[in-house]
Design a protein around this ligand. Structure first.
Ligand SMILES: *Cc1c(COP(=O)(O)O)cnc(C)c1O
Length: 420
């Protein structure tokens, strides 16, 4: 059952309450391995489900356009102070509605339509908002893109530098959504400085690892840091922009009034809670356990004959290249889901298949680490993944259902915040 209990909702709208209960049960019974997902704590759930959702607060603390802010201002100030302390930055803005609008605010603060911007190509592991053509950021600016080397799946900094010197972008984005390796922020910063670009570190995926000391920080290298709050950082769906003093004003103006109206105060409160949680020793242990689990899983999958892009992982995610298994990423991901293992199909660098039916599956360990799984369980997880992929190739749905039962049995011993 969902916790807190959905008593009033069940009375008022039983159809919707049943759907939410269903989702809670699904999250409990599934090995959730989508690399961008997690389970927030009971405390974060409570903060985001409060009357703060009733309040309008356009502006910033002390400079609002609506009355009645005597509790809202300190809530937002708490979130900002905690973000500054946790990441060691001069400035933080906790109002962006999510990662994509946060990135749009970066463009608005630093560039004009038509300006050259640089990011990692989407099929190589970059994000849509780093200038991919179907995104507003690719349509309204002039994007140039770097890749990874075909030989080892790593960023080729000679290529990054060559493109930057030739194209002179205003902004360089580092970071992405399917990068299994440590991001070399100092190297990016060196190139950005050489060409006079502003370096943005989009740490949406790895913010929790950075907060916990399990990935090097971009602070002191990237002038601007963009992050979501709901991935490894384990907060509510939202985002933050952080920066040095020099860029603070432009970023704040771009978020409000540039792109947004009133901030989502219930989300701000949830972010404040998550930031406090992320500053504890137990969160640092969590961040390191995410990486230990991913490395153990990568080793076990390699032993079972899987190809991993870049040959392994340094962080929370693994990108499987299924080319040699003779199955596409999409049917594999669908079979895994039936087997109680939730993933997403994903392009791999230099994919020979189409984006809607690519060769890869992306796996992540943040959510299962929150449930309490450790390295000891990773060989079993790899065995299930391997059996499910084999079953998918043979169209053996019965085996998939058997695995789903085994997954459910294991997860009974690992509590989930938000469900009892
Ligand atoms: C998830 C993500 C985003 C976008 O976040 P949304 O909240 O989905 O808009 C931006 N950049 C990177 C690198 C991401 O991983």
């Amino acid at each position: 059952m969902h916790v807190p209990a959905l008593n009033a909702l069940t009375q008022a709208d039983p159809e919707l309450a049943a759907l939410i209960e269903g989702e809670a049960g699904r999250q409990h019974d599934t090995l959730r391995m989508i690399a961008s997902e997690n389970y927030v704590s009971q405390a974060v759930l409570e903060a985001t489900g409060t009357v703060l959702t009733n309040k309008y607060s356009e502006g910033y603390a002390g400079k609002r356009y609506y009355e009645g802010q005597r509790f809202i201002d300190p809530i937002e100030e708490l979130a900002v102070a905690r973000a500054r302390a946790l990441f060691g930055v001069d400035h933080a803005n906790v109002q962006p509605y999510s990662g994509s609008p946060a990135n749009l605010a970066v463009y608005m603060a630093l560039a004009k339509p038509g300006d050259t911007v640089m990011g990692m190509a989407l099929p190589m592991g970059g994000h849509l908002t780093h200038g991919w053509s179907v995104s507003a950021t690719g349509a309204w600016f002039r994007p140039v893109r770097y890749t990874v080397r075909q030989s080892d799946g790593r960023i080729d900094f000679d290529e990054v530098r060559d493109i930057a010197l030739r194209e002179r972008p205003k902004i360089i984005f580092s970071g992405g959504t399917a990068i299994p390796r440590t991001i070399d922020f100092p190297r990016f910063a060196e190139i950005a400085r050489e060409v006079g670009a502003v370096l943005v570190a989009d740490i949406a995926h790895i913010a929790g690892l950075i907060a916990g000391g399990a990935h090097p920080s971009p602070v002191g290298h990237a002038e601007i840091i963009s992050t979501t709050t709901h991935k490894t950082l384990r907060g509510p769906r939202g985002a933050m922009l952080m920066s040095d003093e020099q860029h603070a004003k432009a970023l704040d103006k771009a978020v409000f009034p540039g792109l947004q109206g009133g901030p989502h105060n219930h989300t701000t409160a949830g972010i404040a809670v998550a930031l406090a949680e992320a500053s504890t020793p137990s969160f640092s242990a969590y961040a390191h356990q995410i990486v230990a689990n991913a490395k153990a899983l990568a080793a076990a999958l390699t032993d079972r004959g899987f190809d991993l892009v870049s040959g392994g992982t340094d962080n929370h995610l693994i990108l499987l290249d299924l080319t040699t298994k003779n199955i596409g990423g999409k049917p594999a991901a669908r079979a895994l889901d039936r087997a109680g293992i939730e993933t997403n199909y994903n392009t791999v660098p230099y994919d020979t298949r189409k984006p809607f039916d690519p060769s890869g599956v992306r796996l992540g360990t943040p959510a299962l680490t929150t449930r309490g799984l450790t390295e000891a369980e990773m060989p079993q997880v790899a065995e299930w993944i391997s059996r499910a992929v084999d079953a998918a190739i043979k169209d053996d749905e019965q085996s998939l259902d058997t695995i789903a039962g085994e997954v459910r049995d294991l997860l009974k011993s690992y509590p989930m915040p938000g469900w009892k």
